[in-house]
Design a protein around this ligand. Structure first.
Ligand code: F3S
Length: 426
């Protein structure tokens, strides 16, 4: 593979052992991928989980340099973390330290989390703590090369923003943060970004729930390919595209999609498929497919008494938090049910100022930030039946926590939290 002079200097150790280990990792990664070169990046989204069981021992000794070297660069030896070369934000984390008692997190882990933030924050890991960095200021532009983790963020980055990233991992993003480099491969290459399957929409797809179901349907069929959505009625907004992508990345491994006439690389169907290609398959999404997708998402749930309602997967926008506050205003969550709403901390501050947090808390629900149940694996004690408005969360929670999960609209979910019963319907 070809390395530039600055890459060779890092590989030869001229910028210290940390960058050398990071370059070694990237060279190994390129070889495994068949990538011939690296590309510059100044936009990394990563995660440092100093509270996870494997890393606690290091963190408990206060050795956060060791945590970073071992777990974020996969280095065989410890090194002192050098200054980052790339702008790097932190994705969702293991807990909300403001709600640790509600979550049921042991206090010693809360202390570790605080120590971890105190170490990594001043070193340039931007502590956004959300799976939706694009909602709180990290909005890469079309064509910008990024190194992001988190499937729902990756698919939004490629498809809606037109920036370029593969689904990276903890070690490759750690190495990218130290070197400002990532393999030039996959979605960094323009030719790999064209559509593969045409998805013709033949029913109304309007609400956030509709877009989540359409994404879930698309992901199951195209798996890791690139669907091109045709014939949508109204232009979908951030919330709808966020849910479409998150769902498609869960039921399949979709990292990129196009919505004809909407997303930046699909001004037309022809442009979405590029100069040489025709769709490998044309797929219809009509009323029958919509119904089947809804039934599929609800197929594991039978018990209608709801223990826990989860909203905010991916993390809520301020518009969604406002919507929850309006739905809850003057109501009370059932004594047998808990309602947790998840949003980035920066958006929670707006919700605090707007009075939405107070409305939500007065109803007995919690507005949380920094984490979610699928990542933290904290849910209310004894939870057996969950309701959510997220196809992604509905996909993962039964598998991760062995619970039943109902899927529906935000309104269905808030109603379930208030009554304690699931009465959602298509
Ligand atoms: Fe975000 Fe957690 Fe959902 S990371 S996309 S809220 S599963």
């Amino acid at each position: 593979m070809k390395l530039t002079d600055d890459e060779k200097a890092m590989l030869d150790g001229k910028e210290g052992i940390g960058r050398q280990r990071a370059m070694e990792l990237l060279v190994r990664y390129c070889k495994a991928l068949g990538a011939e070169r690296l590309v510059d990046t100044n936009n990394v989204a990563t995660a440092i989980n100093a509270t996870n069981p494997h890393q606690r021992e290091w963190a408990a000794r206060g050795d956060f340099d060791g945590v970073f070297a071992e777990f974020n660069v996969d280095s065989p030896d410890r090194f002192e973390m050098p200054p980052l070369k790339a702008f790097t934000c932190h994705l969702i984390g293991a807990m909300d330290v403001g709600h640790w008692q509600v979550l049921g997190v042991p206090e010693r882990l809360v202390d570790l989390q605080r120590q971890s933030e105190a170490f990594f924050g001043p070193r340039g890991i931007q502590l956004m703590q959300t799976c939706t960095p694009y909602q709180v200021g990290n909005v890469p532009v079309k064509g910008e090369h990024c190194a992001w983790m988190e499937s729902s963020a990756v698919v939004y980055c490629n498809s809606v923003l037109g920036a370029c990233t593969n689904t990276e991992g903890t070690a490759s993003t750690g190495a990218a943060a130290l070197t400002g480099k990532i393999p030039y491969w996959g979605y960094h290459i323009p030719d790999n970004r064209f559509g593969t399957h045409l998805l013709r929409v033949e029913c109304e797809v309007e609400s956030m729930m509709d877009w989540g179901m359409l994404g879930y349907f698309a992901g199951e069929l195209v798996e890791e390919d690139i669907p091109v959505i045709d014939r949508v009625g109204k232009v979908p907004n951030l919330i709808r595209l966020k849910h479409f992508g998150a769902a498609a990345a869960s039921s399949g491994g979709v990292e990129m999609y196009h919505v004809a006439g909407v997303t930046p690389e699909a001004p037309s169907i022809d442009a979405a498929f590029g100069p040489r290609r025709r769709p490998a398959q044309v797929i219809k999404y009509g009323p029958a497919e919509r119904r089947a997708t809804y039934d599929n998402l609800n197929s594991q749930a039978t018990d209608r008494d709801i223990d826990f309602v989860m909203l905010g997967c991916p993390h809520e926008s301020i518009e969604q938090v406002w919507e929850v506050a309006k739905l809850l205003d003057g109501k009370k969550v059932s004594a047998n049910t808990q309602l947790w709403v998840h949003t980035p901390r920066a958006i929670k501050q707006v919700a605090d100022r707007n009075g939405y947090t107070r409305i939500i808390e007065d109803a007995g629900a919690h507005l949380m930030s920094d984490t979610c149940p699928a990542i933290s694996q904290y849910v209310p004690k004894g939870t057996k039946v969950v309701a959510t408005d997220s196809a992604k969360q509905g996909h993962y929670l039964p598998a991760i926590l062995g619970v039943q999960c109902w899927f529906g609209s935000m309104e269905d979910c808030v109603n379930a939290a208030v009554s304690g019963r699931w009465n959602g319907a298509l």
